[in-house]
Write a protein that binds this ligand. Structure first.
Ligand SMILES: [Cu+2]
Length: 437
């Protein structure tokens, strides 16, 4: 009410030559008093009900009917859980999580699916939480605080294919930065209704003394990874440091929760160098088997195979996505090709991209955020393509970390997995039961 009066008063000054001051006053415009405004909002059951047409969400009591007409419904059940989790270099930080893991579980649906989201906040939580899912198109006022001991459910139709962030919205947006940067974020993959598109990569060859171009076609079926970039801003005791965040003074850069989480470990040292203590990568902070689900693990890839990487920037620093030794064959957003044959792709805060590529030659490649501060604070992810060290394994033999492999979708080729997650022991055990390979 006060703000309406103030705006009207300012407008009156601006248009003084046309309208007299008295014509622009609230009294003249018959704006009701503040008391009656508030009473009206109370009578309507809250301020949200003033604009019902702004809600694109699916009314929960209509979901069954829509399913009977042919829509599919997918349930996403998230539980807020505050827990201490390890950080690179030892020690722990006070994490806020969905389901005891950072990032939260990757949800995979198909374009046109109804997504029914339930956020539960146990009574043991010291603060309310919220949920904002970027795959939806729902009025922001919907993402209010869910108090400890309660839960909330809403539904939406995933209309746009691609990868999308979901995140805690804090306590009615207050402290949202703390909740997200402490771990309350995840990804929704919305597969295109008719599947992914095949990819064509141009290659040169020589015939009869001439250099020619061949259009090499790769089918839509691909092996897939998820890479979610974020930052930690921490004080010495592992608490969230908002001052550091405002200064963009990053403590560590994380990929799927870890700094340097996808680099060789002691077992791989042993395989390649014959000595588990001889590190083959410059930074191996999650080295030994006693670190269980936190032990680092590189990504093993086959040569000549279509890879689809869902990249999401969950943080507030840009990601210059680059793979050292490779060129990104294709970049897709919203099922539309944005680039082909690009060296690096810029992904802003709360933005994603689907990167398609084929590793042509055996070797070690490193995906980085090509910002030197990010590389050296954790954003280096090792791909081992083929069998460059001549260890004798075949394509697909080596398992990949479970948190880097998304749930199966429209055109997914299955991969062997090993438990790897920045998650509680309970959640690691639950993941072990569900994963393939
Ligand atoms: Cu939260």
């Amino acid at each position: 009410m006060m703000s309406i009066v103030a705006v009207v008063a300012v407008a009156g000054l601006l248009f003084a030559s046309t309208y007299s001051q008295t014509q622009m006053t609230a009294a003249k415009l018959n704006i009701p008093s503040q008391e009656s405004d508030l009473q009206q909002i109370r009578d309507m059951g809250g301020i949200q009900l003033q604009m019902p047409s702004a809600f694109a969400q699916v009314p929960l009591d209509q979901v069954d009917n829509m399913v009977s007409q042919g829509r599919h419904v997918v349930d996403q059940k998230l539980t807020a859980q505050s827990v201490d989790l390890p950080i690179m270099g030892g020690g722990k930080y006070h994490a806020m999580t969905f389901n005891g893991q950072v990032p939260g579980p990757t949800l995979r649906v198909t374009q046109g699916d109804i997504v029914r989201v339930t956020l539960t906040v146990p009574s043991t939580e010291s603060t309310p939480h919220g949920i904002d899912t970027h795959a939806s198109q729902i009025s922001a006022s919907n993402f209010g605080a869910v108090k400890p001991g309660t839960s909330t459910t809403f539904a939406f139709i995933a209309e746009v294919p691609g990868q999308f962030k979901y995140h805690c919205s804090g306590v009615n947006v207050a402290a949202m930065d703390q909740h997200v940067l402490s771990g309350m974020y995840g990804m929704t993959i919305v597969d295109p209704l008719n599947g992914y598109n095949p990819m064509v990569v141009d290659k040169t060859y020589v015939q009869n003394g001439q250099v020619l171009i061949k259009h090499q076609r790769y089918e839509a079926d691909a092996k897939e990874f998820v890479l979610e970039y974020n930052q930690l801003y921490l004080s010495a005791d592992g608490s969230y440091d908002q001052t550091a965040m405002f200064l963009h003074n990053t403590t560590q850069t994380v990929v799927n929760g870890f700094a340097f989480g996808y680099v060789p470990n002691a077992d791989i040292n042993k395989l390649i160098k014959g000595d588990e203590n001889k590190n083959i990568f410059v930074a191996q902070p999650w080295n030994s088997a006693d670190l269980k689900q936190y032990q680092s693990h590189p990504l093993f890839v086959d040569t000549g195979v279509h890879y689809r990487i869902f990249v999401e920037n969950q943080g507030n620093m840009p990601v210059f996505f680059h793979i050292v030794g490779e060129i990104l064959d294709r970049v897709v957003q919203g099922n539309h090709v944005q680039a082909q044959g690009t060296e690096t792709w810029l992904i802003g805060g709360s933005q994603g991209a689907t990167v398609d590529l084929v590793f042509d030659n055996p070797g070690v490649y490193v995906a980085v955020n090509h910002d030197y501060a990010a590389i050296f604070s954790g954003a280096a992810t090792v791909f081992v393509a083929g069998d460059p060290f001549k260890l004798g394994y075949g394509p697909g033999d080596m398992p990949n970390p479970s948190d880097a492999v998304p749930p199966m979708g429209k055109n997914s080729i299955p991969q062997k997995e090993v438990v790897h997650c920045l998650c509680t022991d309970d959640q690691a055990a639950a993941i072990a039961k569900t994963m393939s390979g």
